[in-house]
Design a protein around this ligand. Structure first.
Ligand code: NAD
Length: 288
């Protein structure tokens, strides 16, 4: 039997590459439901798989902010089961906090945080009933340490960490493994798709000049980090495959070992020792 995989945010970037790799698996191990908010963007994915994978790929519409579209996509899975759920859809928001509108902040939280959570919610009962499953979430180093001018983005990604850690402790008891694939900079459409305050924006003229100067510096730093250290989506896909193929996947995977020292601190305990410890404290106190 094929492993049924559903991936969110497949019109570009990491989601697209992962969908292509799994659908093109030489052993045809996977049946991939590649979902995207806007089906008119499916050409890139179709071109990348060269139309050869009718039996391993299906493309479905899913907007992670629209609960009905999540349920509709779920109901279109012909196998009526899911083995691997990949929550990958996400957007960025960059600029001084003072200029961010409530709507743009709400939107980021709706996509990155609530979108991920309500996607997981929709598939949980099925996975629990199967007593089996994998939930993989595209995490960010911006979910592990703060970044200036990314306050709300980081807040959304930190929140994902909390939601996933909490879930992992419970889902262990259902043989469902949760894994976060923590990415640093990756060459995708992320920088194009994110909502960024541009240097010429009138809103930016309204913030103090020191913030403006620091923001300009941050943007330079950001450009150079992406030029010098960004990974390709293929590198990220390899890590997803590791997690998918491992009989007992780790809770956190880091796609790259190069990173600021603050991230290294969190790298020292990347296995599931916290998950196991908390699970014991809460669920098996007699074993203490
Ligand atoms: P990307 O912009 O190419 O891909 C993001 C995808 O999410 C796009 O296809 C977009 O259409 C989709 N999406 C946005 N809103 C959606 C919605 N409401 N419903 C469904 N899909 C929606 O960028 P990417 O780098 O491939 O991003 C994938 C994930 O990786 C994101 O969660 C992002 O936060 C994370 N990430 C990216 C980087 C990076 O540097 N590129 C670093 C760390 C983490």
């Amino acid at each position: 039997d094929k492993k049924v995989v559903l991936i969110t945010g497949c019109s570009s970037g990491i989601g697209l590459s992962l969908a292509v790799r799994l659908a093109s698996d030489p052993d045809k191990t996977f049946k991939v439901y590649a979902t995207m908010r806007n089906l008119s963007k499916k050409e890139r994915l179709l071109e990348s798989v060269k139309g050869l994978h009718r039996d391993t790929l299906d493309i479905l519409q899913m907007d992670v902010t629209d609960q009905q579209s999540i349920l509709d996509a779920r109901d279109r899975i012909v196998e009526k089961r899911i083995n691997i759920l990949v929550c990958n859809a996400g957007v960025g928001l960059m600029g001084p906090l003072e200029v961010q509108s409530l709507n743009s902040m709400r939107h980021i939280l709706e996509v990155n945080l609530l979108g991920t959570i309500q996607t997981i919610q929709a598939f949980l009962p099925q996975m629990k009933a199967q007593s089996q499953g994998r939930i993989l979430v595209t995490g960010s180093t911006g979910g592990l340490h703060g970044l200036p001018f990314n306050e709300v983005y980081c807040a959304s990604k930190f929140a994902i960490e909390g939601a996933c850690e909490s879930l992992a402790i419970l889902l262990k008891h259902f043989n469902i493994h949760v894994s976060l694939i923590e990415c640093g900079p990756v060459n995708t459409d992320f920088l194009v798709n994110l909502k960024k305050t541009e240097l010429g924006d009138t809103s930016l003229q309204q913030v103090d000049t020191q913030t403006q100067r620091l923001y300009e510096k941050y943007l330079q730093h950001c450009r150079s980090v992406f030029q010098n250290a960004a990974q390709d989506t293929e590198d990220i896909v390899k890590v997803f495959l590791d997690a998918i193929q491992s009989p007992s996947p780790a809770f956190r995977y880091f796609t790259s070992t190069t990173g600021p020292p603050v991230t290294q601190l969190k790298v020292t305990e990347p296995d599931d020792s916290y998950i196991s410890a908390m699970s014991k404290i809460i669920f098996s106190p007699e074993e203490q």
